[in-house]
Design a protein around this ligand. Sequence first.
Ligand code: UTP
Length: 292
Amino acid sequence: MTITKAVIPAAGMGTRFLPATKSMPKEMLPIIDKPVLQYVVEEAAASGIEDILIVTGRGKRAVEDHFDFNPELEAFLKDNGKTDLIEQVQGIGDQCRVFYIRQKKQLGLGDAIRLAREHVGREPFAVLLGDTIIDPPAGSPPGLRQLLDAYEKKHASVVAVHRVPRPWVSRYGIVDGRPDAGDSENLVRLRRLVEKPKPADAPSELAIAGRYVFTPEIFDCIDHTGRGVGGEIQLTDAMNLLAQQQPMYALAWQAKRYDIGDRVEYAKCFIDFALRRADTGAAVREHLKTIL
Ligand code: UTP
């Protein structure tokens, strides 16, 4: 079955990024001139997704406004002869149908995904964290596309993982598994997942990377998941239940992952992207050379 629907949770409080997130969703933080969430929506569209449900909450109106028309802005740009910019702002989000649902209480990522149940129905679907940018090596398919290809091979839920240094495992969900006979080392059948383990207890150094493809049974697993680490309904715990019921895989990819909710990763992402862009690269490189 071709997957056409994706869910983007973007309702979190973003406490690691206060005070910026007091009045502004962290998913709307810009990397140069484009909000993080727009990168995420563009990755979904480039991967073949046609229908996106964004989970928002209080204080997240900027998310809906960003993917809508802004007639006053367009009139202003027209009056000032900036017609190229009109096309740019009008086209945002046009590659997909975008829907919204609000999470009233921030009970955790698992709870946010559960809100998508009616929208998704009994189909497999993708999840892209709204605060995470995936940057595959040049020439590789978009991150989510790689996961969808793995789904089409296995017809089972797949989660993206990336290798992290052992001291970092306590920041992530960590997976434990082995490849099926004949499969590459990079596609691992999951035995279990652990949310934010201590380095000594971690079953591997493969960390969940913010992109997932689920069969619809994940919703029943979330229903049976109690509060976990941090008192939240953890998606990782629900995935653990799913992995006990049906085959589930982890795809270890080479893509870089930027968790924008983390200040250092946000700074790294901003610099990496600024260095790469034609309009900013040379000047930023020169500046970095000077100050370093
Ligand atoms: P995080 O755990 O990184 O987001 O969730 P957070 O809770 O906002 O972060 P801190 O720790 O307070 O800084 C990953 C993604 O899941 C969403 C977030 O918006 C983010 O995109 N999320 C998280 C929800 O939609 N609802 C929740 O209850 C929790």
